[in-house]
Write a protein that binds this ligand. Structure first.
Ligand code: SF4
Length: 105
């Protein structure tokens, strides 16, 4: 069995396994202030990855919809046969303070 065909051995060849790569960058910030284009940094890392196809196949076969896998977002993987991500939205919060126009009578 070669290094890549051993179960999970491919992960040792992943560009994101480098000690200077923060794994958190592969997941979107969960707040409303996620900067547009947040995925460009992890995608740049994935473009240099020798096992991107294996990573993509692993995400698809395991139904993973979150994060960047194989250099693709969940929606991009869905477009290539992956599972459909669940569209979630943060709860709407309405804050009314006494100083707001609605707080005055
Ligand atoms: S393609 Fe997958 S294994 Fe490779 S760097 Fe990107 S997330 Fe890591």
């Amino acid at each position: 069995m070669d290094r890549i065909s051993a179960p999970h051995a491919w992960r040792g060849l992943a560009a994101c396994a480098a000690p200077d790569v923060d794994p958190e960058v592969f997941f979107a910030p969960v707040n409303r202030n996620a900067p547009r284009g947040w995925e460009e940094q992890p995608k740049r890392i994935c473009r240099a990855c020798a096992v991107a196809e294996k990573c993509f196949q692993t995400a698809v076969s395991n139904g993973i919809t979150e994060g960047i896998w194989g250099g693709l977002t969940g929606w991009e993987r869905h477009a290539r046969g992956g599972p459909r991500p669940i569209r979630t939205r943060p709860p709407k919060t309405i804050i009314v303070s006494d100083n707001s126009p609605r707080g005055r009578s």
